[in-house]
Design a protein around this ligand. Sequence first.
Ligand SMILES: [Zn+2]
Ligand SMILES: [Zn+2]
Length: 109
Amino acid sequence: MSTATQSGQLALLDLPVPAELTAAQMRGAHCVWCAAELHGATAVDLEPRRDSIKGVPGRWYPRGCRRCTRKPLLMLVRTHPGTCEQCTDDAFLCETRRALRSLTLELRR
Ligand SMILES: [Zn+2]
Ligand SMILES: [Zn+2]
């Protein structure tokens, strides 16, 4: 099992499939969930993704607004321990869990 890095936690979030998104959503100009226009201060970087887009393998750069990102993030905090060896072993030592939690607090502001 690979260890997630400090900056890689959001790569774990479930996103809509690229086929359902607009070009602006794919390049991170609009929220990947609600399609609101994003500005630096309100946007959450969701990590570059590699997917097959219309049959062609490619990269896309999803971003979300804070409000939309919180919900799947909270879900991930809840489901993460069930999918993590470190959490089964000792949840207090899991960096992914810690990073996810601090991210949730950050988005609450
Ligand atoms: Zn949104
Ligand atoms: Zn964990």
